[in-house]
Design a protein around this ligand. Structure first.
Ligand code: URA
Length: 190
């Protein structure tokens, strides 16, 4: 199956109650051949309306930080979320919703086959890396998981709320740039 075929299936998903209230499924965006995958938590209002991840203020900040290290969703990375549909009024996602949605993410990972995965924010990191993950302590550290390198960093929305975190987050992006040059330099090929 191709990523486009998976997307087509996902757009019709009714595996949890979020299908009743969503405007759009937010499957993911970027270059399907990229070796670097970013995983956020789930769509907010702007993402639900547009059907694309990280398109609000947080998304603009994310795109700016990515550009500093020559990464772009239009070119050399892919961005997805743990949960593909917006919870009503942005309430926290429920475990049943996360569990119902997880196979879509797993299949995206299998098809994209990234070498590096970056979890954006605590919720993504505790669900994907380790239930005890502490962003303030463990951000920027690469660990191996199923043959891929995985790192957690600050969520753009958290940086907007607390701009003091931006330098630390930017350091993580520079560390990511170095790691990319080491293990998947084709990311930066013209
Ligand atoms: N926050 C997320 O975690 N993901 C999005 O797509 C938008 C905001």
């Amino acid at each position: 199956m191709s990523l486009d075929e998976l997307r087509a299936q996902c757009l019709n998903c009714k595996k949890c109650g979020l299908c009743e209230t969503r405007t759009n499924v937010v499957f993911g965006t970027g270059n399907p051949a990229s070796k670097v995958l970013f995983i956020g938590e789930g769509p907010g209002e702007n993402e639900d309306l547009k059907g694309e991840p990280f398109v609000g203020r947080g998304g603009m900040l994310l795109d700016k930080m990515l550009a500093v290290v020559d990464l772009s969703r239009d070119k050399n990375i892919y961005i997805a979320n743990m949960v593909k549909c917006r919870p009503p009024k942005n309430r926290d996602t429920e475990e049943t919703e996360v569990a119902a949605c997880r196979p879509w993410l797993e299949e995206q990972i299998r098809l994209i086959d990234p070498k590096i995965i970056v979890c954006l924010g605590r919720v993504s990191a505790i669900r994907f890396i380790d239930p005890n993950f502490k962003v303030t302590k463990e951000h920027g550290q690469f660990i191996e998981k199923d043959g891929r390198l995985v790192m957690g960093t600050f969520h753009p929305a958290a940086i907007l709320r607390n701009p003091n975190q931006k330098p630390a987050a930017m350091e993580d992006f520079f560390a990511l740039q170095e790691k990319i040059k080491e293990i998947c330099p084709e990311t930066y090929a013209e």
